[in-house]
Design a protein around this ligand. Sequence first.
Ligand code: ADP
Ligand code: MG
Length: 225
Amino acid sequence: FEELVTFQHQMQAVSHIAASVAHELRNPLSVIKGFLQLSHLTSDFQKYYNTIISELNRMNVIIEDFLSVSRKKNDRKWQSPAQLLQSLAELMRAECSLHSVEFQLDIEETFAICHVNESMFKQVMLNLLRNSIEAYEEQSTGRRLEIRSREVGEQVVIELIDNGKGMPDTVLSQLGKPFFTTKEKGTGVGIPLCKKIIEDHGGTFDIQSEANVGTRIEMILPLLV
Ligand code: ADP
Ligand code: MG
């Protein structure tokens, strides 16, 4: 029963955004449907092929950014934040090396534990990692990404710091609005989802950023000490 309550609680937190994502998936779907019908009528499939493929790719990005959360089992476990981060670090390190990003981990071991849904937390970290990697675009050397965590009072403070292109105030002030994106192929789903998931865990999610300097994400989760 307890498991069911937790599950419902977590689903409630993301259900609003899930509804928006479903809505967002309908756009490319109707484009694909329309173009397939057109190509059927005109027997000119070649002409519509590229649009269909690019709309399918767009759907795939939306699903990657969002839906992989809900297909996994949704249970929270008591665990050490250090272990949680260590277990994700290998994946992140690999992703960083693929993109020539120097990856640094500075994780404090603690006795305290946090109550976290691992697959959702993973989704948060992967979304943030992806954003950082996308923020390095023109900068080909000196790319750095650092993850830090430390215990402060009865909380764990997790920071993710990149030296990518950062954000001007005009972007920062819009951040967190569902579907706000500055990228040609962005979804604008990542940040709102991260914020929802962290807040649903009783935590806080903050972003500081400066154009041409970098971005720092700070997540604070409650601990059982
Ligand atoms: P998307 O990545 O699909 O655009 P997000 O919600 O993940 O959507 O991010 C929204 C916007 O916030 C991005 O389009 C980008 O402008 C900005 N942003 C997010 N993270 C970073 C970052 N680490 N560095 C620079 N800009 C960022
Ligand atoms: Mg993103």
